[in-house]
Write a protein of this length. Structure first.
Length: 381
């Protein structure tokens, strides 16, 4: 079997998650690790058991590299994705695709003109139950969508001493909670329901107006307490919490709440989709279960089991019922589809995986949400 050689750029929280998922795919070889200095690249490549350590520019000119995963802070996504496409390599980019809508537009056009495989890591689509909900909705089991109520709650930025590059707009963009986790929720909402969001009304709050920034670098989710002298106080300009009302193209409504300061909520996306025949509720912290609400009969509880799933959704399951699959499996399932396309050498006409066009769509919704909060008014998408 011909192996596809991959380079991964960035080794924060998500880079190693990509590497682990890639290693579970038969025709993929994680060949190179890219970091900001050669020394760091070598150190991380050694720790992760990756043969080559390189700088970004050297990776671009290395003809043995077929595909590149961009797992760097948000402000680098545009520049790096563009350079990778220009170098003739396939690209899998972390969300958000860029920090500005014009950049995302440029990337969609460039990827189209090159015909190269392009994907954005909206991995939550790849929980088997999410695909099952989508297919059940497509086959008419949910009926017309009456309303959608979603939330995505975390607590890793709960304390004033919690700090990360995502708190700095020049690295992360003008929105934080919405761009970082709201983007997953909004993507999932449109993906599962098949509806488009047509207008938004948003209101943000920044609970910690200032935060204590550690004077030395720390990685995402590793915000341990340092000594008081290890911090400087900095102003915070992005949202810890956001409430957004939504209008959909079927005329019905919904809402999402997103927060990174909810104690005890580690990384919890919850979505409830009320339809004319049933009601689905799914939570990412119990991803192998789906609650199905009914009016005329008893409610149901569906557990992930390939024998109970549609053939299409069962493709995302690797283990029998009762053998739980979770967050790391979502990237594996997504990359399986992406690397099937890469093996053909070009982006298929209707990719099953999230593309740069989906990344652009999320950025558009996010920009309108920021605009709505600033104007304190409804904004159309
Ligand atoms: C940090 O909030 C983060 O890592 C997001 O960036 C991810 O997309 C999500 O998976 C979990 O939280």
């Amino acid at each position: 079997m011909k192996k596809i050689n991959v380079a991964v750029v960035g080794t924060g929280f998500i880079g190693p998650a990509h590497i682990e998922a890639l290693r579970r795919i038969a025709n993929v070889e994680v060949a190179a690790l890219v970091e900001v200095t050669q020394e760091l690249a070598e150190q991380k490549a050694g720790q992760l058991g990756i043969p080559k350590a390189m700088l970004f520019e050297d990776m671009l000119t290395d003809s043995s590299i077929d595909a590149v995963h961009i797992c760097t802070p948000n402000f680098l996504h545009f520049k790096q994705a563009k350079a990778v496409l220009d170098a003739g390599k396939h690209v899998i980019c972390e969300k958000p695709l860029a920090t500005k809508i014009e950049e995302a537009e440029e990337l969609v056009a460039l990827a189209d003109s090159k015909g190269l495989v392009n994907a954005v890591h909206f991995n939550l689509r790849y929980y088997p139950m999410v695909r099952q909900m989508k297919i059940m909705r497509e086959s008419g089991e949910l009926g017309d969508v009456y309303s959608i109520m979603g939330s995505y709650l975390q607590d890793w930025l709960f304390l004033q001493t919690d700090y990360n590059w995502r708190l700095e707009p020049d690295k992360s963009g003008d929105s934080r909670a919405i761009a970082d986790i709201g983007s997953h929720l909004l993507d999932l909402t449109e993906y599962v329901t098949g509806l488009k969001i047509t207008a938004v009304m948003a209101d943000f709050s920044t609970i910690h107006k200032t935060r204590l920034k550690p004077l030395k670098a720390i990685e995402t989710y590793s915000g341990k307490m340092l000594q008081p002298s290890d911090y400087e106080e900095v102003p915070i300009n992005t949202e810890d919490h956001a409430s957004v009302l939504l209008k959909f193209d079927n005329g019905n409504k919904g809402s999402v709440t997103v927060s990174q300061v909810n104690a005890g909520r580690k990384n919890r996306l919850n979505i409830e989709i009320a339809g004319s025949k049933a009601n689905y509720e799914w939570c990412s912290e119990k991803p192998n279960e789906l609650w199905i609400g009914r009016r005329e009969t008893a409610n149901q509880h569906l557990m992930k089991d390939p024998s109970l799933f549609t053939v299409e959704a069962a493709k995302l399951i690797s283990f029998p019922g009762g053998h739980n699959e979770g967050f790391p499996d979502t990237s594996k399932q997504m990359f399986k589809e992406v690397y099937e396309a890469i093996a053909t050498g070009a982006q298929p006409e209707n990719p099953s995986y999230p593309t740069f066009a989906d990344g652009h769509r999320e950025l558009l919704i996010c920009e309108r949400i920021i605009e709505s909060h600033r104007k304190q008014a409804w904004v159309t998408i």
